[in-house]
Design a protein around this ligand. Structure first.
Ligand code: AMP
Length: 436
């Protein structure tokens, strides 16, 4: 394969796809700001140590990181998830010292994982994510889930299901892990190779193994709910009650444990329900992490957050056909019929652009045919024509493409012939016809 091609598992966004990408960014950041979140922009690479703490047994850390040594022999990693860098920045910049009870941040940007590329799975993808650091309350968890749900609604997505579980606090998890080891030890000959390793290092991860998922012994494995401390049970019930209050429908999924080791108590995913290969894919995933800030040498402050996968949102919105109209074409094309009119076209284009309109003209041709052809390709709504006659008499010809009408008018009247919604400016048109 040629090396002058994109890297496997990456994609280019251009034209309408780039517009869709930015639309999602805009909706997510607009909505989340209403929930009191501020933006955090961190580097896309970090010292590898920042990610190693995420879980020595997690697939992301052991198999999927893009790590390399820089020219000074430092181990550097392209971020494989967004939480650890935000936590690192939260600690390093001592944001926790600002005496705000809950510090809330969002981020948007590329994430890198060496995964097997397939539908909805890339090696460079993008996440919109949020992290809230501060008091550990069920009401905060609920607010976080409400913010994700608000974004899902704003994007007009259909058939999304919230799956939720609790994996308990550390003491509940300890007891549970022991029970799992005892149970799965009876089935070691049936476990896939990855699960054999998980059994030694992180038995909870066996529960979300994609290979062993349908084996009989998985169904009868011990359930976390039988090992939860009373505190964890009360906490989880309070979260569920909060969701009920706001009419957020959920399914409790006892096998939901999440891929990273840092989660405690609430974990959740929003998944797609469909009859194609996107069925059951998560568009958003998150939960509470009681210990990550402390594990990265910060203060003992819990966090809770989630991340949406942007590529999956785009794919789903395509399939569900729920995009608003996103225009990428110019609205107006200016046609010039002689060399001097070309300058005039450029000048008029600049005026209209400053008014907020998207305007294009042909840089070279002065005959009509190629200019019409270009205006057709650009699918513009209006064509303005300037020729010698128009120029001499301060006129302009306005062609309404959809209605197939054409009028020649004084150029100072131009704005009255263009629909008002096209024009952002509230004040009048100040085209200086003497400035030629
Ligand atoms: P995670 O960080 O694994 O919890 O993932 C959060 C969200 O990112 C998921 O719900 C997906 O929407 C998205 N995501 C995760 N991995 C990939 C990937 N390899 N390609 C595209 N999107 C992904």
């Amino acid at each position: 394969m040629s090396t002058i091609q994109k890297i496997k598992g990456t994609r280019d966004f251009f034209d309408l796809d780039a517009e869709k990408f930015r639309y999602i960014e805009q909706v997510c950041s607009n909505e989340i700001k209403k929930f009191g979140f501020k933006e955090m922009i961190t580097p896309i690479f970090e010292n590898t140590a920042v990610f190693n703490r995420l879980g020595e047994q997690s697939d992301i850390v052991t198999k999927e990181m893009y790590s390399f040594f820089d020219r000074s022999n430092r181990s550097i990693t392209l971020r494989p998830e967004g939480t650890a860098p935000v936590v690192r920045a939260f600690i390093e910049n001592k944001i926790y010292a600002n005496s705000i009870d809950v510090n809330k941040y969002f981020y948007f940007g590329p994430i890198f994982r060496y995964e097997r590329p397939q539908a909805g799975r890339y090696r460079q993808f993008h996440q919109f994510g949020v992290e809230a650091f501060g008091n550990s309350t069920a009401i905060l968890d609920v607010d976080i889930i409400l913010s994700a749900w608000t974004i899902i609604e704003k994007l007009n997505l259909q058939n999304i299901v919230l799956k939720i579980n609790t994996i308990g606090d550390l003491s509940s998890r300890d007891k549970y892990q022991k029970a799992l080891v005892e149970y799965f030890n009876k089935y070691t000959d049936k476990l896939c190779n990855d699960c054999k390793v998980r059994l030694e290092k992180n038995p909870m991860r066996i529960l979300d193994c994609k290979v062993d998922v349908n084996q009989d012994f998985m169904k009868n494995a011990p359930k976390i709910k039988d090992y939860l401390s009373q505190e964890s049970i009360d906490y989880f019930n309070e979260v569920l009650r909060g969701l009920d209050t706001f009419g957020i429908k959920y399914e409790i999924d006892e096998n939901l444990v999440r891929g990273l080791d840092y989660y405690t108590d609430t974990v959740f995913e929003f998944i797609i329900k469909s009859d194609d290969e996107l069925n059951n894919l998560a568009i958003c995933a998150g939960g509470k992490y009681g210990n990550l800030v402390k594990d990265l040498n910060g203060p003992d402050i819990p966090g809770v957050g989630y991340a949406f996968g942007v590529e999956r949102l785009i794919e789903l919105m395509d399939r569900q056909n729920v995009w608003p109209s996103l225009k990428i074409n110019p609205e107006i094309f200016i046609m010039a019929l002689d060399e001097q009119s070309k300058i005039e076209a450029q000048r008029l284009a600049l005026y209209l652009r400053k008014l907020g309109l998207k305007v294009e003209f042909d840089y070279k041709n002065i005959s009509m045919k190629p200019q019409f052809r270009l205006s057709e390709k650009l699918n513009v709504e209006y064509i303005l024509i300037i020729g010698e006659n128009e120029r001499k008499e301060n006129l302009i010809t306005v062609k309404d493409v959809a209605n197939k009408t054409q009028v020649t008018i004084p150029i100072s009247d131009l704005l009255n012939y263009l629909p008002y919604e096209l024009i952002n400016a509230k004040e009048g048109f100040c085209y200086d016809e003497n400035a030629q």
